[in-house]
Write a protein that binds this ligand. Structure first.
Ligand SMILES: Cc1cc2nc3c(=O)[nH]c(=O)nc-3n(C[C@H](O)[C@H](O)[C@H](O)COP(=O)(O)O)c2cc1C
Length: 432
């Protein structure tokens, strides 16, 4: 029986947690105190490295290592950007922290700023998250009034400010270079890397971009030590992970677990309470809509970054979407293709044209005009996956390729069952 291990969600529901005083009553801001009063910035970074914390925004890059890439000698200001865009379909974990325990995130940001030598942090939050933005603004004001944010915090000589920046609700602005151009007030077009933001980021200055969950793990790491954090989980999946469970489950929600302690099936059954109506599962997307779908037979995989990767998918943004036997996989594939078509910024040809092409072909199949060659055509389009500036195109390719591979028989059946439409009949007549 899988159980939750709450580190980030430990105090959820505690009284007055939206206020600095309520957070303080639960031991909040003690990690910041510890860092400022007894640790050098390098010592904080060392603890984060020891913790083996990997970024929770999707790519899973080791956080301490990313901080080490920062150009500290440029003489330019150093910035920290907290990525609170959370636009990946299925993902809803960051907003739980923002809505329920915003000071945890602020404390994580302040400690990270201390470690990397930044005195200015931005929280980039998706435009639609009105409530989240208001909660953050009020928490920042409260923390500032209590001396946790501002000049010379705790008389340590460390000064730090946090600002909230509201995006306009474009998925591509969750991508780090898209986020930065949007934050600079320009159209949120991603940029080629290198240079990486750690060298030339916001306004051309060295910048660290971290996800909400990543930064919220820092206070516990500072308080209890990197080794304690690394002792949880597997060698490659240290610590706890917030997982959002949605789709055909009885108890959707956000759960905090130690990776490696259960299988994906156990997670869905123990936390999600199984599928409504006792129906069976057809497929599961393990990491947010862009991650390759798994078939029911693959659910006995151990729930960890590396085990899910070994079977060809990824835990990505930690969003597990369950689809029961009633789901039409061709329809779902079209739904996803249409999302990425809508969200493509249009800057690069493969993404702009490819996402639209997928949607057109899939629409054709569903309207009874599909041909078996369409599947090969789509797989052929997928071959251009790494040719765009940012990984949004890959995010569009992976689900299409995986749906065709995993549910090919369903695609073929749909194509074969198709009734000739008026258009097909006309073409047939013309050919004769
Ligand atoms: C199209 C696209 C959308 C993304 N959306 C988000 C997002 O909403 N939140 C997030 O933290 N990372 C998102 N990422 C990943 C970020 O580019 C970046 O890797 C991450 O914010 C780094 O933080 P981390 O190291 O703490 O994971 C997205 C990436 C791509 C390609």
């Amino acid at each position: 029986m899988g159980t939750e291990t709450r580190v980030l969600l430990e105090h959820l529901g505690a009284p007055n947690l939206l206020r600095a005083a309520g957070y303080r009553a639960k031991g909040g801001y003690s990690a910041l105190e510890k860092a400022l009063q007894s640790m050098t910035p390098a010592a904080v970074t060392d603890e984060v490295k020891k913790s083996q914390l990997k970024g929770r925004g999707g790519a899973g890059f080791p956080t301490g290592m990313k901080w080490d890439f920062l150009d500290r000698e440029s003489g330019k200001p150093i910035y920290l950007c907290c990525n609170a865009d959370e636009s990946e379909p299925g993902a809803c974990k960051d907003r739980i922290i923002i809505h329920e325990n915003p000071h945890l995130l602020l404390e994580g940001i302040l400690i990270a700023c201390y470690a990397i030598g930044s005195r200015n942090a931005f929280i980039y939050i998706r435009g639609e998250f009105h409530r989240g933005a208001e909660i953050l603004l009020s928490a920042i004001e409260d923390a500032r009034n209590n001396g946790w944010i501002g000049e010379n915090i705790l008389n340590s000589g460390f000064s730090c400010y946090i600002q909230v920046y509201r995006g306009a609700g474009a998925y591509v602005c969750g991508e780090e270079t898209g986020l930065l151009t949007s934050l600079e007030g320009k159209r949120g077009y991603p940029k080629n890397k290198p240079p990486f933001p750690a060298i030339a980021g916001l306004y051309g200055c060295p910048t660290i971009i971290n996800n909400v969950e990543t930064l919220s793990a820092i206070p516990a790491i500072v308080n209890q030590g990197g080794e304690w954090y690394a002792s949880m989980g597997t060698e490659k999946s240290a610590g706890t992970r917030l997982l959002c469970l949605s789709g055909h489950v009885n108890k959707p929600g956000v759960y905090e677990v130690v990776l490696g302690t259960m299988t994906l099936r156990e997670f869905i059954e123990d936390f999600g309470g199984g599928v409504p109506g006792g129906r069976s599962i057809k497929g599961v997307i393990p990491g947010g809509s862009s991650m390759p779908v798994l078939r029911e037979e693959q659910l006995d995989v151990r729930l960890s970054f590396e085990d899910i990767q070994a079977i060809g998918s990824s835990l990505g943004a930690g969003a597990i979407i369950v689809m029961d036997e009633t789901v039409d996989m061709v329809e779902i594939c079209l739904l996803l293709a249409k999302f990425y078509e809508h969200e493509s910024c249009g800057q690069c040809t493969p993404c702009r044209e490819g996402t639209r092409w997928f949607a057109q072909i899939l629409e054709g199949i569903l309207q009874g005009e599909g041909r078996e060659e369409d599947l090969e055509l789509m797989l052929d389009i997928c071959r251009s996956e790494y040719t765009s500036i940012c990984p949004l195109w890959s995010a569009a390719v992976w689900p299409v390729r995986a749906f065709i591979k995993q549910f090919r028989e369903e695609f073929i059946q749909k194509i074969k069952e198709a009734k000739p439409s008026a258009k097909n009949v006309r073409e047939l007549a013309k050919a004769q």
